[in-house]
Design a protein around this ligand. Sequence first.
Ligand SMILES: Cc1cc2nc3c(=O)[nH]c(=O)nc-3n(C[C@H](O)[C@H](O)[C@H](O)COP(=O)(O)OP(=O)(O)OC[C@H]3O[C@@H](n4cnc5c(N)ncnc54)[C@H](O)[C@@H]3O)c2cc1C
Length: 598
Amino acid sequence: MNDKTPTQQVSEWLAVLGAALQRGDAKGAAALFGPDSYWRDLVAFTWNITTAEGNAKVHQMIERAVIPAKPSAWQLEGEASEVNGVTEGWLRFETEVARGCGHVRLIGGKAWTLLTAMTELKGYEERRGPTRDRGVEHGVHPGRKTWLEQRQKEEAELGFLRQPYVVIVGGGQGGIALGARLRRLNVPTIIVEKHERPGDSWRKRYKSLCLHDPVWYDHLPYLPFPDHWPVFSPKDKIADWLEMYTKVMELNYWGSTECKRARYDEAEQEWTVEVVRQGKPMTLRPRHLVLATGALGVPNMPCVPGMERFTGDLHHSSQHPGPDGYRGKKAVVIGSNTSAHDICAALWEEGADVTMVQRSATLVVRTDTLLELGFGPLYSEAAVAAGITTERADLTLASRPYRTLPGLHRPMWEEIKQRDADFYARLEKAGFQLSFGEDGSGLAVMGQRRGGGFYIDVGASELIADGRIKLKSRVGVERIKERSIVLTDGSELPADLIVFATGYGSMNGWVEQLISKEVADKVGKCWGLGSDTRYDPGPWEGELRNMWKPTHQEGLWFQGGNLHLARHYSLYLALQLKARLEGIPTPVYGIGPVHHRS
Ligand SMILES: Cc1cc2nc3c(=O)[nH]c(=O)nc-3n(C[C@H](O)[C@H](O)[C@H](O)COP(=O)(O)OP(=O)(O)OC[C@H]3O[C@@H](n4cnc5c(N)ncnc54)[C@H](O)[C@@H]3O)c2cc1C
């Protein structure tokens, strides 16, 4: 029994850590961590996104990355707390070049988890609040340029008379969020987007699409949604928000501009990026290239014998125009994850005769249950009322090392199973194969491992349970005939429309398309943790592969993910790029070998 308050315990632990680091005593600092401890660092010490797991790895990271970064000013922020023998608190610290924040959990006086995250670079702080720009120079200034004239000058020059430091390929939410961060850090950036308008990557999807995540989880950096914003944004509404955001954040956004090819010149240390802007070929020469072309990668379109002879409509879910015109038609949707469910439900609403083909088990969760048990503690009206800011919520998620998540999440998924037992029983009775993850760890972990495999039920599950959407389960597609599809159990379904909702590949597929196979293989697979589960082969990596951090290709970066990830991790990618622009040394620690090519 410790007679010190949680605040005293964390403050003292931080003081001892700070002193050990200051005198360069890696052994002494590592002794403050338990045997099964984790130190997760978001760029602050390692110029990488990496987790040291276990005391020996923590020791090594302290020696090779933390001490060389000259940490100081470790301080508890607010009061620490204690729950079930875990004492935890928020903290602040500095390095020679940056300021950071973090979170620590102590068990028995030793660290179990420590998160450190860079928040800003010294001398390059974003101007905000008291340091905001005045916006106008009062007085009389002959030849003065208005804000509009300055913006127009920048637009006329950047990419023409002077080169951007960064080109972001892809102007969806990922590209836009990163673009906003870079703008605030004065990093000259152009976003190239093949669609005409910001938000088109949402607008051009099937018309019934709504965000499946709630509003509290979806804010973009700097500019949260107003408090009347609906819990679930319809796609065209989020698209308009993205368009407005791009404008008010003053992003250099080149719509109707497709990146055709990119090549890195090792000698010049710059990219040659060939784009076609509004029909005209152009070349950009940035130092850094960020692919924000969609975290889910290139669409997986299986090659099925007979496909070319099909006389109806056949496309991947990413190309599906929506249900209009399919009333009374026979539709077969291959796949059973989010897009498949959404497309089936919309076609059914339109009056089509719909069959879903499910090959393997899918995680399904009722949206209200997930809102309460999954999102509720951090992203909800109740969390807002409890004073949990979006930044605090994001850092809380980040403070839990990936290795610990399955154990943390399993009890919640057991509760979900019990609470909605009737719902799941009805789905199973209809033949639907259910999964809760290979180890029962649920949706978030599944998302990290494979980027999909689930459906947050917003209505389609009832249609499946009562047979209004027909289900063919435990079968695959064998061949396609002129107006039907033959499944592996020998059954044949007449079809006017076939949709392959068969998911997406790894983001390095984009590298292969835009740069080369050689570079795609060099950087390796994106996303996934190395959990050694289906679609996420081992060995264990402990962080999402290649996302928001240095890759094995100099000057090549990946940005993407849902709105939460695009918001939070864009900060760390932006800081890495800003540091390079300013010539701040960025020694990268802990970049691992590539184990998988795609
Ligand atoms: C049914 C459904 C529900 C979803 N619900 C949510 C949700 O609730 N919350 C959430 O965050 N996400 C949700 N998503 C996922 C959503 O699709 C992704 O989170 C999001 O689109 C990822 O953003 P991004 O910017 O990484 O990629 P995208 O939005 O795919 O943007 C990539 C952009 O790159 C452009 N591009 C690609 N190649 C080039 C090129 N060569 N040159 C120029 N431009 C190029 C594309 O045109 C595109 O605009 C949902 C998806 C589906 C299907």
